[in-house]
Design a protein around this ligand. Structure first.
Ligand code: ZN
Length: 149
């Protein structure tokens, strides 16, 4: 059972890495910010269009490992239509799971559950959370690039 689940998760990650969703430079983005993970070499730019306190559109571009690319692809898919507060809550739930702190909310994070396995690989946690740290900085209106170090 666990092996089947792991295989399914891996397939979703491979799929999002091969065909990342929302992978484009957004024109007239309200927010645009770069994120780096020097440990692995992941770099990305997150773009947002906002409608009041809602995320109307989210996209990204960049180069990174399969985990960071899949995470950014899933993230841009999932935060579309969420308010800033809802996106923040989703990241907090995901972050606790990825850090191996608390996975009681695993059923609250939807497709992000496929990345829960990073908790067994501390070096990959930064790959999985980089897009989210970058999103949070964009929502906060920061201009400076985000780095995980
Ligand atoms: Zn990485």
């Amino acid at each position: 059972m666990m092996d089947d689940l792991r295989e399914l998760y891996q397939e979703v990650i491979f799929d999002h890495n091969r065909n990342p969703r929302n992978f484009y430079a957004m024109e007239n983005a309200d927010r645009q910010i770069d994120g780096f993970n020097p440990l692995c070499g992941d770099k990305l730019t997150v773009y947002l269009k906002l409608d009041g306190d809602k995320i109307a559109e989210a996209s990204f571009q960049g180069e990174g490992c399969a985990i960071s690319t899949a995470s950014a692809s899933l993230m841009t898919d999932m935060v579309k239509g969420l308010t800033e507060a809802e996106a923040h809550t989703l990241f907090e739930q995901f972050h606790k799971i990825a850090m191996g702190e608390d996975d009681s909310q695993l059923d609250q994070i939807g497709k992000l559950a496929v990345l829960a396995g990073v908790k067994e690989y501390p070096a990959r946690v930064k790959c999985a959370t980089l897009p989210w740290h970058t999103l949070e900085a964009a929502l906060a209106g920061n201009k400076e690039a985000v780095t995980t170090e």
